[in-house]
Design a binder for this molecule. Structure first.
Ligand code: PRT
Ligand code: ZN
Length: 292
C-alpha cells in the first residue's frame, strides 16, 4: 500500500461533492501536479511538498483543527456552523451559496419574527440558533441531516434553514426565502500550530503565493490598445493598471500602443470609457497567473 509522506504538508479536500471539481482544477491552475483523484485516498504532488487527502467535507474543519491535516478547503458555511479553532487563510472564489431561512410559499409567514413558537428544520442548528437568538425570537430547532426541504410537507416544521445556490431546489419544493443568514464560498483553512512551525510556514507561504496568483489572474484581464498620444493622460486615469500602463510609440506619428490590466468586475464600463475617449484596436487577453 502506498504511504503518505509525513514530511510533506497535508491538505484536506472534499473527496466527492460540489467543491471537488473546482478545488482540483484550482490546485492544478496553481501549478500543482498530481495524479487524478478518482478512487484515491490521497495524492502526492510531484512538484511540491504536499499530500492532498480526500475526505468528506464535514470532517475537514475538525481535521484542520486537530492537526490531522495542516490545511483544508471547505465551505464557509461549515466553518460558521462548527466554529473550529482554525485560521482562515484565503477566500477561494468558488462554491458560492447562501444559508437561508425559508418558508412554504402558501404560508403567511414573511418575516423571521413570525416564526416565534414555531419549528425550524435544519442541518445547521448552530447557525440557526445564533440567528434567532440575536433577534430574540424563540423557536424550536429540529436537526435533520438531509432532505430538509421535505419537513414542511410532512407537517413537522414551519420553516427550513438550508443552503441555497440557484434556488431551483426551493422552487421545486414550493419554498421561498424569508431572510438570508449569510453568504458562503470555499475557503482555505490552516491549523494554527502548522503556521508557527517554521518549515511548514515556509511551504504554506509558498503555496499561498501560488494560489493568490491564480485568484489575482482571474480578477484581471490583460488589455492592449492603440490611441492618439493626445489622450494618454485620460487613458491613464481610466486604466491605471497595476503600477501604471506600459506605453510604446506606433510607427504612425502621434499614435501610441498601451498595455495595461483591467479589473474583471469593471471590465466593460472601462472598455466603453476607453472607446469614447478615442482608443481603438483593443485586444483583450486572459492572464494565467498574476503575482503582485
Ligand atoms: O459527501 P460530503 O459530506 O463530502 O458532501 P455533502 O453532500 O455534505 O456536501 P455537498 O457536496 O453537497 O456540498 C459541499 C459544499 O458545497 C457545501 O458545504 C457548500 O459550502 C457548497 N455548496 C455550494 C452547496 C451548494 N452550493 C448547494 N447548492 N452545498 C449544498 N447545496 C445543496 C443544498 O443543501 C440544497 O439541497 O443544494 C441544494 C440547493 O441548491 P440549489 O442550486 O437548488 O439552490
Ligand atoms: Zn458533507
Amino acid at each position: 500500500m502506498k504511504k503518505l509522506n509525513n514530511e510533506n504538508l497535508k491538505l484536506g479536500v472534499q473527496k466527492k461533492g460540489r467543491l471537488t471539481e473546482e478545488t482540483i482544477s484550482f490546485l492544478r491552475l496553481a501549478g500543482l501536479e498530481f495524479e487524478s483523484y478518482g478512487q484515491r485516498l490521497f495524492s502526492t504532488c510531484r512538484n511540491f511538498p504536499l499530500e492532498i487527502i480526500y475526505v468528506r467535507d464535514d470532517d475537514i474543519p475538525d481535521y484542520v483543527e486537530s492537526g490531522a491535516v495542516d490545511l483544508g478547503i471547505a465551505g464557509l458555511n461549515l466553518i460558521n456552523e462548527v466554529q473550529p479553532q482554525v485560521m482562515r487563510l484565503l477566500n477561494l472564489g468558488f462554491g458560492y451559496c447562501s444559508l437561508c431561512l425559508t418558508a412554504p410559499k402558501e404560508s403567511p409567514i414573511i418575516s423571521p419574527q413570525e416564526f416565534e413558537g414555531k419549528t425550524i428544520a435544519t442541518s445547521y442548528p448552530n447557525s440557526t440558533k445564533a440567528f434567532f437568538e440575536k433577534r430574540n425570537i424563540k423557536v424550536k430547532i429540529m436537526k435533520i441531516s438531509g432532505s430538509v426541504e421535505i419537513t414542511p410537507i410532512l407537517g413537522i416544521a414551519q420553516g427550513v434553514v438550508d443552503i441555497v445556490s440557484t434556488g431551483s431546489t426551493l422552487a421545486l419544493n414550493d419554498l421561498c426565502v424569508v431572510e438570508k443568514l449569510y453568504d458562503s464560498e470555499a475557503i482555505l483553512l490552516a491549523n494554527s500550530k502548522s503556521l508557527v512551525n517554521q518549515k511548514k510556514k515556509k511551504t504554506i507561504d509558498s503555496l499561498l503565493m501560488r494560489l493568490k496568483g491564480v485568484l489575482a489572474a482571474k480578477n484581471y484581464k490583460y488589455v492592449m490598445m492603440n490611441a492618439p498620444q493626445t489622450i494618454l493622460a485620460q487613458i491613464k486615469k481610466t486604466t491605471p493598471g497595476l503600477k501604471s500602463p506600459t506605453i510604446s510609440p506606433l510607427a504612425t506619428p502621434g499614435w501610441i500602443s498601451i498595455q495595461t490590466v483591467i479589473q474583471e468586475d469593471i471590465f466593460w464600463e472601462t472598455i466603453e470609457k476607453l472607446k469614447i475617449l478615442g482608443a481603438s484596436d483593443i485586444l483583450v487577453l486572459p492572464i494565467e497567473k498574476l503575482i503582485i
